[in-house]
Structures are given as C-alpha cells and as structure tokens.
Design a protein around this ligand. Structure first.
Ligand SMILES: Nc1nc2c(ncn2[C@@H]2O[C@H](COP(=O)(O)OP(=O)(O)OP(=O)(O)O)[C@@H](O)[C@H]2O)c(=O)[nH]1
Ligand SMILES: [Mg+2]
Length: 544
C-alpha cells in the first residue's frame, strides 16, 4: 500500500506543475508543523482518488520527489517507519531518526509500540494544555473535564499523555495563546518529561502554532484539538465518502495556516531569494484551493449517488429513524442490539464515521429503518460539521431523531447541550425527537434516574448493552411516529388495494370496515400519504 502511494504520487507530479524547491521544504515543514494531519502538497492534476491516497498514506510519498533546492542545504531524506498492518497509523520520519539515535536505549523505545485494535501504534509522548476563559458559562465543560476529554482523544489517536496543565485567562494571548510564564513552565516540562507533542485544547492560529514551536524548540510538535480530531477521523475513515470528507476538512484547516510559513526561506538563503516565500505562499494556496475544488466536486457526485439511493429508499414505505448523540453514548451498540448488525462499537471516541442503516422489525410486525451516525463532541470544529454535511443529510431526512445519551456520564448535561448545539446548526428543529437515557446499568442510582425519566415526556431509559428497556424503546418510537402523522378517515375504492396495504405498513390503522363502495379506514398516516388520500377523504366526508 505504501509503495502504491509513492508511485501514484510520483506519476501525478510528472503531469503537473514542477515542484518548486521551496515546496520540498514546505513538505518537510508540514510534517513537523502538522504531524497529525499527514498532509503534503498535492499536484494540481491529481484525481480525487489520488488526493485521497496522498492524504491518507504515510509520509513516504514525500520522499519520491527529492528535489534539490538551490542556496539551501538539502535536508537528509528521512526513512519512513513502516508499521505493520495499517498505512494510516500515525507514522513519522522523525520517529525513525529518534529510533536510530536511541538505538542504545531501544528496549525503552520499543516499549512504546502498542497494539491497539489489532494495529501497531507508536505512542508518542504528549503534553496537554488548556485555557479556562474567565466568564465562561457554567453549563459548558469545565477546563478539567475538557482536558480529560482531550486526553481520551489523544489516547484514541494513539498518543501517550504524560501530563497536562491549564491557565485561567481573560482572553488568549494573540502570539502564544497562553501567557509567557506558562510557556516557560511547559518548556521545562517538555525537557523533564521528554515530551514530543504539545496539544492545545482550543484551535490555534497559524502564528500561534509557529511561535510556540519556536519557543519549545525544533523537535517538539505543537497541534490543537481540531488537528487531533482530524487525525482520528483520518485514521478511522473507512469509506470513500468519509475519506473525501476528512481530506476536505484537513485542507480547509490547512489553508489559512499556510500564511508566512515561508519566511524561513528568505532567512536561510541570506535574503538572496527575497520575496520568494511570499510568492510561494500564493502558489501553494492556489494549489490547495484547486485541490479543495476537486474534492468538493467529487463529494458532490458521491452526494448525488447517496441522494438517489435515499430517493429509492423513500419509495420503500418505511419510516427512517436516525440515532444521534455525543460520541461514545452507545448509538452503535443500540443499532447492533436491535438489528443484529455488526457495527464497530467500542470504548473509544469517534468509533463511527459512516452512517449505517438497518431494518428493525417490531413485535407488532411494523418496521422502521434505523441509521447510526457520526458522534458529536464539544468544540466540534465548524469545518468538520460542514464537511460531514453530506453524511449528516441522513439526519435531516429522517422521520424521527433518537438522541442517545450516556446517562451514567458525569457530564451528561453538558453533553446534551453540545449535541443540541450541533443539531441546531444542522437545521433539523422540525423533526420530532425522542431522548434515550442509555447505560442505565452503569448509573450509580438507576432507580432515581428511572423516576426522573417517568416525570418527563419523550424520555426512555435503556441499556443498549444488556437489552434492558428495548421493548419500551420500540413502543415509544411507535408513539412518536404516530405523533408525527396525520389522522385520516377515508374510503378507499377496492382498486386501491396497493395503497391500502402500504397504509397498513407505514401508518397506524385503528379501524377497517368493508363497505359496498370500498374500504373505510380510520388511521394515522404520514403526511405524504395523507396527501395521497385527500380525494378519498372527501369521499369519506360525503359518505352517509
Ligand atoms: N455499561 C454499558 N455500556 C454501554 C452501553 N451501551 C454502550 N456501551 C459501551 O459504550 C462504549 C461506546 O459504545 P458505542 O456504541 O461505540 O458508542 P457510539 O455512540 O456509537 O460512539 P461513536 O461511534 O464514537 O459516536 C462501548 O464500549 C459500549 O460497549 C450500555 O447500555 N451500558
Ligand atoms: Mg458508533
């Protein structure tokens, strides 16, 4: 796979703009600055598939060009570190170099290769940094909770978190995000703990990233929560559509961060190529914008296919219900439990990226389609919400949204608010909702929670893991679907037998009476069918 990517990359460059010398350096810079993004400059003529491969493959592709920049000392080509099994695993040239350096101490180093989900992952030492904004509203995540979530994210990405710190600030420092005292404190921690990566809990600007890396020293990488989430998504994207969406989000994240990364060229060449950096930023921005355009087109075509598929599904008269909720709430476990599907469900953030739809048959013979979707998280980057819009369209075309909540989680209220916030961005307020309090088996006082749920409308307690409460869940779905339907009394002529059986399938028929003129029904039916029945409803009104 890695070899394939390298070949692809070389051939795509042969038919594209020549790489400017500085682009090579830029690639090296990117590997340092944005280790998590597996990002590199791309050829203008690359196909979306190539772009995707280039983005998702490890850093070996960069080496295939190997141009020699004038006036600038060429950096030694790093040897990629091949980890078994997975070309998307976080790999890094620097690691190989470090491994060589550390050969004497290699047993210590090798201890940090861990097997996760069947993949070998190198655990880089990471240090977390957060900022508590004075005056933050109390219903949002506290700084310690937010940092502990960041630790979970880092863990999911395969990093080894060695320590963390935070600072209370009225407003972030525009140059370094945190104050200078805190910067020095972190620098000491980096030296003492041999930290390789510093991760900030909030999105940093290009300038802040650059300044912090400068202060921390050449070998230390700095990244932010968004880059970390993007990296997890990149590692986990399993389908063509998900890969395209992640690639697009990565590029959009990257675009504003190209600014001024080139000034080092002018410094290194002693001013001989003055202005070169500035020009190169423009060239690379243009290349990146072109790639974004190519990806958007490709996504649009994938989106059209999905739409056609959805349209076909609409013609199958079964309501579609989407599971939404905070990451790790138990959505996939619920889908698996109800449908016998085999969707990956695990105690990691963002286990699911692609929607999976399965048919559920209830005891009364009624059916619905259940869709599992990508989980949400607080501080979800807007670029990601936008990039996943195509996938999230599944949600907007549902008859009902089931909000799955991990009721055993200490920050359950904050998680509910974060999900509501994302849903409000998706413009789905008109779709009826049902809330499910999951993991009731794990709650410290399940009885108290059940009593609380009884007091509320639209809440059902379940354990997706044990299957407890699933019958109540299906009953609640029936009731909710009924609420979203229209009450009709109609007389269907006998030649409309097909429509009658569809109504039995999608609606809730309360009375059927056979008369000489046709079948008289009283039922709740979806709006679409109420419209189809309009002429027959008039007939019914005129019935003696
Ligand atoms: N104790 C208990 N654990 C549960 C329950 N439901 C899910 N889990 C566990 O919670 C973890 C996350 O479950 P998933 O089904 O992967 O959660 P998800 O909402 O699909 O997560 P994302 O795909 O990341 O958004 C897994 O380890 C499940 O075994 C439950 O009812 N009780
Ligand atoms: Mg899931």
């Amino acid at each position: 796979m890695m070899k394939t990517c390298a070949c692809l990359h070389t051939s795509s460059y042969s038919s594209s703009l020549p790489l400017l010398p500085s682009t090579f350096l830029f690639q090296q810079q990117q590997l340092r600055y944005h280790h998590f993004l597996n990002f590199r400059s791309l050829s203008l003529n690359a196909t979306p598939r190539e772009i995707q491969l280039q983005l998702s493959s490890s850093n070996d592709a960069v080496l295939s060009q190997n141009p020699t920049p004038p006036h600038i000392e060429e950096p030694p080509p790093p040897t990629p570190l091949v980890l078994s099994g997975d070309d998307k695993t976080t790999t890094n040239n620097k690691l190989k170099k470090k491994k060589d350096i550390n050969d004497d101490n290699s047993s210590n180093f090798d201890n940090r290769f861990k097997l996760r989900n069947g993949k070998e992952v190198f655990e880089e030492k990471a240090y977390l940094v957060g900022v508590e904004r004075k005056g933050d509203v109390s219903d949002s995540f506290g700084i310690e909770d937010s940092l502990s979530e960041l630790k979970q994210l880092a863990d999911t990405a395969g990093l080894l978190v060695v320590d963390s710190t935070y600072q209370k600030l009225a407003s972030p420092n525009p140059r370094t995000y945190i104050g200078s005292g805190k910067v020095s404190e972190i620098k000491s921690a980096i030296n003492a703990l041999d930290v390789e990566t510093v991760i900030f809990d909030d999105e940093l600007s290009a300038g802040q990233l650059r300044n912090l890396e400068k202060v921390f020293g050449g070998d230390v990488r700095v990244c932010d929560r968004t880059a970390l989430i993007l990296d997890i998504f990149n590692q986990r994207a399993a389908t063509h559509e998900a890969s395209l969406q992640v690639s697009l989000a990565q590029m959009e994240y990257q675009l504003p961060r190209l600014t001024k990364m080139w000034t080092h060229l002018e410094r290194q060449s002693g001013g001989q190529v003055k202005g070169m950096g500035e020009k190169q930023i423009e060239v690379d921005k243009r290349i990146l914008r072109n790639q974004i355009g190519v990806l958007k087109k490709e996504l649009e075509s994938v989106r059209k296919h999905r739409k056609q598929y959805r349209n076909r599904r609409v013609s199958v008269p079964v309501p579609v219900i989407s599971l939404v909720g905070y990451t790790n709430a138990g959505k996939s476990t619920l889908l698996n439990q109800l449908t016998g599907a085999d969707v990956l469900a695990e105690d990691k953030l963002f286990a699911t990226l692609d929607p999976t739809t399965r048919r559920v048959q209830m005891k009364n013979g009624k059916e619905f389609l259940l869709t599992d979707t990508v989980g949400f998280i607080q501080k979800l980057p807007t670029t990601l919400v936008a990039a996943f819009r195509a996938t999230l369209e599944e949600i907007s075309e549902s008859s009902l949204l089931v909000h799955v909540v991990d009721i055993s989680h200490p920050l359950v209220e904050q998680q509910i608010n974060a999900v509501d916030k994302v849903l409000s961005e998706l413009d789905v307020s008109s779709i009826p909702r049902l809330m499910v309090w999951n993991k009731i088996d794990k709650a410290s006082d399940p009885q108290k929670i059940r009593l609380e749920a009884e007091k509320r409308d639209d809440v059902v307690c379940i354990s997706a893991l044990s299957g407890d409460g699933l019958q109540e869940f299906c009953d609640a779905i029936q009731d909710k679907l009924k609420d979203s339907m229209v009450w009709v009394e109609a007389l269907l002529p006998f030649e409309n037998g097909d429509l009658l059986s569809t109504i039995h399938q999608v609606g809730m028929v309360e009375k059927t009476e056979y008369t000489e003129q046709g079948t008289y029904i009283k039922a709740h039916v979806p709006l679409r069918y109420a419209r189809l029945l309009t002429p027959m409803r008039q007939l019914c009104v005129s019935r003696p």
